[in-house]
Write a protein that binds this ligand. Sequence first.
Ligand code: PMV
Length: 327
Amino acid sequence: MKSIASAPGKIILFGEHFVVHGTKAILAAIDKRVTVTSTFTENKTIKVNSQLGTIEVPISSSHEEVKSEFRPFVYLANRLMTNSDKVWHPGNFHFFNRCSGLEITIDSDIPIGVGLGSSSACCVAATASIFGLFKELSSEEILKISIEAEKTIFPDTSGADCTVCTYGGMIEYPNIKKIDNIFDLNLLIANSMIPHNTKNSVEKVNKFKENDEDRFSKLCDLENGLIDEVIIAMKNNDSTTFGLKMSENQKYLEEIQVSNDTLRGMISSLKEISLGTKITGAGDGGCVIALVKDENMDKAPTLLPKDKECFSAKIDTKGVVRSTIEE
Ligand code: PMV
């Protein structure tokens, strides 16, 4: 049997970094997906195939023994095989004597390491796919386990990314409230093509906080207030205010020093066609998002430097999706 699950990538519209320190955030799932296929094998190994390479380790290996990008898959495979979540009945044990390994294959169209949720979508899809060999988990179970898997790479994760990859749509975090009936958001994603490291950026923000607790706390209050205003703007179909709030949020991100000259250059290039532009995700590279009027979408590539990529994003409403193929 093949257990297949896919999950969408994401953008953070408002609240990245501050959400790690307890503020609200608004995120949306996007129409780029990762698909994870899991099968039992007879090899007593965990084999992971991805764009980043292939590993094959003995079934008893700990996730700490493998390179960080493979850790969540080894962690999840171990968790299934040791049955710590009691998803299989001991009556299945004879099956394990014969089929005692796992092969996990990842196919993704989410760019890696640029803040579009590739790692979270992998954790969500892998949880649903690997556990799906025995049991169809509920969304709540997938979310809980996938956050634990993501913590094997990034222990301080806010959990916001896995949440939107699991449920899809646009959500307010942390209360996981779906935001419906919003005006037609024309979101442009522009990739700086500079990979970033979320852990390093989050540590940098922690240092900023340590150096100036009062200002950081004020910025958190401002972020929460801004998100309340964005929710009202969406209820009023007010894209102008929505765009202005994106640019205001960017100022807070500049202040906590997760921007750089390349990102500032891209934001400034897109200014003439956008209602608002900001970093999405950890910053220090990665992507910027812009709210652009439909008629101006085609102009974006001509405004950006030639070495940058851009595309328009549609909001994914499905979240994680699972299926099985009997062989
Ligand atoms: O760039 P990404 O996709 O790794 O997003 C990180 C978002 C942060 O707020 C910086 C961290 C988090 O866990 O929320």
